[in-house]
Design a protein around this ligand. Sequence first.
Ligand code: SF4
Length: 375
Amino acid sequence: MGKLGLYIHIPFCKKKCLYCDFPSYSCMEKYMLDYVKALCLEIENKCKGKRFNTIFIGGGTPSYLSMEAWEILKETLHKVNKHEDCEFTVECNPGSFDKDKLEVIKTAGANRISIGLQACQNELLASLGRIHNFSEFLKGFEMARNIGFKNINVDLMFAIPGQSFEQWKETLEKVSNLNPEHISCYSLIVEEGTPFYKMKEEGKLALPEEDVEVKMYNFTVEFLRDNGYKQYEISNFSKEHKECKHNLIYWSMDEYIGCGASAHSYFNNIRNKNESNVKRYIEKILSYEDTSVEKHENSTKDNMEEFMFLGLRKTNGIRISDFKSKFNVNIYDIYGAVVNKYEKLGLIKIESDKVFLTEKAVHISNTIMSDFILE
Ligand code: SF4
């Protein structure tokens, strides 16, 4: 029986970071309370009769919600039916929470927080447009521990413009010394429509060379492994048994319900995206209109492709027996040629029931994944 996750989107940020293309907005605080009230209606409606293995409140900056908004959301979150071992994560950004805010997040049921740090050098944080400095992060981390959060993720970013290899190493050292249970390390991607994109077009962004980026990534994997963090996905590392269960739902193609503006769901074989305009979202909820703006029923072919793309992100890859039980066909009948091709090139490994990417395949994983698209 598959697992079920609940994703809740909070689209507010104090200030927009220069690289960010997530559905999050600054200067929209006036909608905060109405948004949360509408969101609660959607949660109560969509979660009725379901029991969740994971809850993830992401954004945006959930910790930027006012205390009043959190108190309202808390009431609804208490009504959501959760498994006893439900992993319940809330994303928090330094500079947007204090002790009282963390207390209300904890009493709302959260047992895991994910703190966005990115880098430990204040000049890099400022160049990214982050609202906090490193010491605010340290204070927030300590506060979370003191309040009793025993499961903390820290989000980091490498290949930041102007970032040296030494600075990245220093960030990894300082963060791993704090002993969080989980560390995510994503390389900066310059996305269209962001201020960074414009700066890149104008030649004003000093991005690290590709070989430096590869060196940073390889160092990350080795350094974190030596410091007790197991890599379980291309960009994610955890202490034993502290993998993010919610993200594993996505990568294993289990089902999830998304609530809030821009939230995605995958349920009953249907991929669905919610209205992303915050004002329209509130209006639609209040007038009982359908909030979804994109609906797609996955074909078997879609499901097979996604099972491979998403599954191969995990270091454990996919299970041959899972493919068979999900699709009632042997994986080699569908993907025999492509699996054999990459196995011969040393980019895919097959170990009894497992098919997974080798370490050297990670840097070209996108090219490999595209070969799993079916005609
Ligand atoms: S805090 Fe996160 S969601 Fe908000 S603007 Fe920055 S990167 Fe985007």
